[in-house]
Write a protein that binds this ligand. Structure first.
Ligand code: B12
Length: 210
């Protein structure tokens, strides 16, 4: 049986992964499904790291392989016809967290759906997020998280938005591999997912009523 794409990522087969993606695209496979396979590989890399079988060097290499995979898939991701922005979204990874691969995918998908995306980057201070919201007035704010130590800064961001009177004018989404419905409630968000496509669907559905 041929090796799975997710396994090639776990094995850090830097040279094989692009060729495997190419073959899948040629065979007409859904680029979003291919992306999901890559992400599964990253989850398994994380398990190896947690078990002590992989170190930071392997995490870094996996991130490089994954970034190259996303770059190859990006032109094939779903697109829309319109070029006028349908709505504005601010994205950020909050203080304490530097993971951004998932956030970047979400940004790509949202832009492909004609949203104007303001990506504030990683390790963002809650007060900085609030300032940007005041300036840009987005319909949506999306916070990405992969490390539990950043939960508190997400909750703080939500509280500061409320105190600034800005919380009711937008929908707050949280996403990333460690998020759960319980975290959504604890942070005070409106939506939670571990799937960027679901986040896009949420924005597309709600943009008119936001
Ligand atoms: C790659 C990686 C790294 C890379 C990150 C590179 C980068 N530029 O992002 C590097 C090597 C830098 C790194 C560093 C560290 N990492 Co790391 N890392 C990972 C790994 C293997 C994969 C993460 C990833 O990118 N997955 C792929 C993406 C695409 O998935 P995703 O983020 O979930 O995104 C998808 C959806 O969730 C969704 N989405 C994401 N965000 C959002 C937001 C919204 C609004 C929406 C709607 C959707 C959405 O879209 C994506 C596509 O569907 C994970 C393992 C894992 N289980 O995830 C560990 C992991 C997250 N890392 C971990 C740790 C501990 C660290 C370090 C502390 C290690 C260290 N000792 O220094 C540092 C973190 C420093 C810090 N303060 O942040 C732990 C966290 C544990 C915890 N309980 O919090 C994990 C879980 C590994 C583990 N099992 O121990 N890491």
């Amino acid at each position: 049986m041929p090796r799975e794409l997710s396994t090639a990522i776990v094995e850090l087969a830097r040279d094989d992964v692009p060729a495997m993606i190419e073959r899948k695209l040629d065979a007409g496979e859904d680029p979003l499904a291919i992306l999901a396979e890559c992400r599964e590989g990253m989850t398994r890399v994380g398990e190896r790291f947690q078990a002590g079988d992989y170190y930071l060097a392997e995490l870094l290499l996996s991130a490089e392989i994954f970034k190259a995979a996303v770059a190859r898939l990006a032109p094939h991701l779903p697109d829309t016809d319109g070029d006028r922005p349908v709505g504005k979204v601010i994205l950020a990874t909050m203080r304490g967290d530097i993971h951004d691969l998932g956030k970047n995918i979400l940004a790509t998908l949202l832009r492909a759906h004609a949203f104007e995306v303001h990506d504030l980057g990683v390790n963002v201070e809650p007060a900085e997020l609030v300032e940007k919201v005041r300036e840009i007035r987005p319909e949506f704010v999306g916070l990405s998280v992969l490390i539990t130590t950043a939960f508190r800064s997400m909750q703080e961001a939500c509280r500061l938005l409320e105190e600034a009177g800005l919380r009711d004018s937008l929908r707050l989404m949280i996403g990333g591999g460690v998020t759960t419905p319980e975290l959504e409630e604890w942070v005070g968000a409106d939506f939670q997912t571990q799937d960027a496509a679901a986040g896009v669907a949420y924005c597309v559905e709600r943009v008119g009523e936001a």
